[in-house]
Design a binder for this molecule. Structure first.
Ligand code: HEC
Length: 133
């Protein structure tokens, strides 16, 4: 019985180790994923400065040059314009609908992902402060 238990435990141990190993990335993976990420950041910069995103030629960059005053590190937080605790994507949609007089995007729209990738890249290294104003 004791031996059976030992075999069972060591098999489980081996299984867990192999699961952990599945999470180890090669340098090639890391380089590839970073390159993919940078492409999306670049795309985000394009959307951020695109006068055709809304209907009135205003761009995000005019009020938030190089993503200033976007504070991604404070989300989710209560936003008075939305009257609730919201994600940054919801606030981006508020800016699309109001200052840009455009159509809100689906939250999983690839352009939304790109905008968020760009904004957070510009603010990289800033300490996370969720909820802060
Ligand atoms: C006419 C100026 C203007 C334009 C253009 C504009 N915004 Fe804003 N943005 C604002 C104002 C005003 C706020 C609200 C500030 C607040 O209350 O936090 C804001 C808030 C934000 C926030 C949240 C900032 C925070 O501190 O919580 C984000 C993120 C943001 N805008 C992104 C964008 C994006 C992306 C675009 C383009 C789609 C855009 N904005 C276009 C004026 C603008």
């Amino acid at each position: 019985m004791k031996i059976l238990k030992m075999i069972l435990l060591s098999t489980l141990g081996l299984y867990m180790t192999s699961m952990l190993q599945a999470d180890e990335f090669t340098q090639k993976d890391l380089d590839l994923w970073m390159a993919e990420y940078k492409i999306v950041v670049k795309e985000g910069r394009k959307v951020f400065t695109d006068p055709k995103l809304g209907t009135n030629t205003v761009t995000c960059n005019e009020c938030h040059p190089n993503a200033t005053n976007t504070h991604p590190e404070t989300y989710p937080k209560f936003q008075k314009q939305l009257g609730k605790v919201a994600t940054m994507a919801e606030m981006v949609n508020w800016c699309i609908a109001n200052p840009l007089e455009g159509k809100k995007m689906a939250l999983d729209d690839q352009r939304m992902t790109a905008l968020i990738a760009y904004i957070t890249w510009e603010r990289r290294g800033v300490k996370l402060e969720p909820g802060k104003h």
